[in-house]
Design a protein around this ligand. Structure first.
Ligand code: FPP
Length: 235
């Protein structure tokens, strides 16, 4: 039986978030420079976005560059930024054809000028699309996001804040919390990703390295998610 047939299409997660890990290890295994791993990782991004469109998932958040990733060698950072730029150029038309809305979380103003410009352009042009929200986490760190929210709340001189108001100050404002968080390449940690929003997310860790992560692996994660009983603190 195909894995897709194991999925109940009426009980899909609304929001899937992915920590795309293992590009470097994939390249190392093949005796290739790390950049080749990132390039192969971009191909996985293309396939997984396409699959989420087919499944009619509402939001897909991809952890593409963290606030901690700046300590990597300059050449690797440069290569990642070029890949992002290329990705946006190659995928823009497909985003329009597939009704995808591009969003970001994280401080994108600190990204190099060209990818930043491209991001702003594509977000502007896709902002009225009503299909999948493709949410790229770029220069994103959850602690930074929470600190920024607190700073802005203090600046607004509010003397009382409830959860809903607090959430409206987060980068993910308006998006549902992730139902399913997937991490590839086996590490059992969240690495400063969506720490507030993950309160009731189901976690799925697979040993598969991100460049090897195929639509079948996504179906597997969703099938596993559907087997779990989500009680949100109830009985
Ligand atoms: C983690 O693997 C991956 C990243 C830090 C970057 C993710 C980027 C991509 C998948 C490429 C393009 C993305 C877009 C959105 C166009 P790692 O390098 O930390 O792997 P390792 O832990 O095996 O070294």
């Amino acid at each position: 039986m195909l894995l897709l047939e194991k999925i109940d299409l009426s009980k899909l997660p609304k929001h899937i978030a992915i920590i795309m890990d293992g590009n470097g290890r994939w390249a190392k295994k093949k005796n290739l420079p790390r950049v080749f791993g990132h390039r192969a990782g971009m191909k996985s991004v293309q396939k997984i976005v396409e699959t989420c469109v087919q499944l009619k998932i509402e939001v897909l958040t991809l952890y593409a560059f963290s606030t901690e990733n700046w300590i990597r060698p300059k050449t690797e950072i440069g290569a990642l930024m070029t890949l992002l730029q290329n990705y946006l150029k190659i995928e823009f038309e497909r985003m329009m054809d597939n009704n995808i809305q591009l969003r970001t979380i994280g401080d994108i103003s600190k990204l190099p000028k060209t990818p930043h410009k491209e991001l702003v352009k594509v977000m502007q042009k896709t902002k009225s699309n009503t299909g999948l929200v493709l949410n790229l986490a770029l220069n994103y760190g959850s602690r930074q996001e929470i600190m920024n929210a607190i700073t802005r709340i203090l600046e607004s001189r509010k003397n009382k804040v409830d959860q809903k108001t607090f959430e409206s100050y987060l980068d993910t404002s308006g998006l549902p919390d992730p139902d399913l968080i997937i991490r590839t390449s086996g590490e059992m940690r969240l690495s400063n990703f969506l720490l507030w929003q993950c309160a009731y997310s189901e976690l799925y860790v697979t040993p598969v390295l991100w460049p090897d992560f195929k639509p079948e692996n996504l179906y597997e994660a969703i099938a596993d998610f559907q087997k779990r009983e989500r009680r949100f603190g109830g009985v």
